[in-house]
Ligand binder design. Structure first.
Ligand code: SAH
Length: 387
């Protein structure tokens, strides 16, 4: 077996069962592992710690498959994937995250299920190495008729992998995909939509918004296919404005509003940063503002630049609120911790000259679990702030 031998003391995080081995912690490599190969991780004095997937290009040089010396083979993935699916047996298969990477013991593997279609992302060298076994295991789940790949996320580049997407198993769907979430229907474009086509992680937060907007003027920034805006309309908002820079996202959002026979909204194709400034200069105000921007900091290296962007939109967001108004603000950046995000939002309120308090800490839905040994899994964090 090929082995990575750690530098003295660098086994500490592995003992806490953190699944990442950084390049700086490795003393030497025995054998010639290739991209995605299974390697044993050993402490400096040669004690076995874990089996992991080798990733020569990434700073995260290896990701742990298991803490025991088990065989990594097709059966391993079949079992892990079946278990992850069983853990979601209480969820509606209409739209559910089936596999959530490290937190399901499958680093680099993300899979969302929309009815009989599974959309999978293989985002690490190890996941890529086992693509056949992973696709087979997903296709074998009860009720699944096709597996579509969407491994076109930027993080693949950090692993030295080219983007890849297309049908992996089964035949292409004849009917458009539609999911039902808390009674609202959304059409999903699994082939061209963002990520896997839909942001399941905001499911419960969207419902929460629905419950707090009656007769309020709501602004949904970065609306994508309308998730928050649709819930605002369903919740009886007096007016809803939704902004996204993507024309196709807005077309999908309007189609979704129609699909659910919701009242009219103002759909704006524009840059949020510019539009918020325009509203500020025009003195426009809202009662509830949602800020759900894309990932500004994919890794910790981007945290500073991301912090400025978060501060910017939150600062203006606060200024656009009527007295008693609510800002529902999110970060889905892995490189920005919940703690840092709260500091950024606090700084934004201060500079906006508003007195605000947190009424809720918001998270991804329960089908996006966070393994206790992997706090990085908590990528989505939100704050509900009232001024
Ligand atoms: N709130 C959505 C998900 C948002 S995803 C939901 O509940 O489903 C982030 C969105 O931000 C994407 O649709 C993307 O097109 C949009 N976007 C990215 N940069 C933008 C910008 N500068 N201005 C406006 N929209 C932007």
């Amino acid at each position: 077996m090929m082995r990575l031998i750690l530098k003295p003391g660098r086994e500490k995080s592995l003992k806490r069962r953190h699944p990442w081995i950084f390049s700086g912690g490795i003393a030497r490599i025995e054998g010639k592992p290739q991209l995605g190969d299974t390697v044993e991780i050993c402490s400096a004095d040669g004690v076995f710690m874990a089996v992991a997937a080798y990733s020569p290009e990434s700073q995260i040089r290896a990701r742990v498959w298991d803490w025991k010396a088990v065989n990594i083979d097709a059966d391993f993935f079949a079992l892990r994937i079946a278990r992850a699916a069983v853990r979601r047996s209480d969820f509606d298969v209409s739209g559910v995250r089936l596999v959530h990477g490290e937190s399901d013991g499958l680093p680099g593997v993300v899979a969302d299920r929309f009815g009989d279609t599974v959309v999978v992302q293989l985002l690490s060298a190890g996941a890529e190495r086992w693509r056949g076994a992973i696709a087979d295991a997903l296709a074998a789940l009860p009720g699944v008729t096709r597996v579509v790949e969407r491994s076109d996320a930027d993080v693949r580049m950090l692993e030295g992998l080219p983007p890849q997407s297309g049908l992996l198993r089964g035949v292409a769907a004849q009917e458009p995909l539609v999911v039902t979430e808390h009674g609202l229907q959304y059409g999903i474009d699994a082939e061209h939509g963002h990520k896997t086509g839909f942001y399941l992680d905001q499911r419960d937060n969207r419902l929460m918004l629905r419950g707090m907007v009656k007769d309020k003027a709501v602004l949904d920034c970065f609306c994508y296919c309308g998730g928050f805006a649709l819930n605002a309309l369903a919740g009886g908002a007096s007016a809803v404005t939704a902004i996204d820079s993507s024309g196709s996202a807005l077309t999908a959002a309007q189609a979704n509003a129609q699909r659910n026979q919701l009242p009219a909204a103002e759909w704006i194709e524009a840059d949020v940063f510019q539009t918020l400034r325009k509203y500020r200069d025009a003195g426009r105000k809202f009662d509830v503002i949602v800020l759900d921007p894309p990932k500004f900091a994919p890794t910790a290296a981007h945290a500073e630049k991301a912090a400025r962007a978060y501060k910017d939109i939150n600062l203006i967001g606060f200024k656009l609120l009527n007295p008693g108004g609510v800002l529902m603000t999110y970060s889905c950046s892995g490189g920005v911790s919940p703690d840092l995000f709260q500091k950024i939002v606090a700084g934004a309120a201060l500079d906006a000259g508003v007195d605000a308090r947190i009424e809720g800490w918001l998270h991804a839905a329960a089908d996006h679990p966070v393994a206790l040994n992997f706090p990085e899994g908590e990528y989505l964090k939100g704050l509900l702030c009232r001024v």
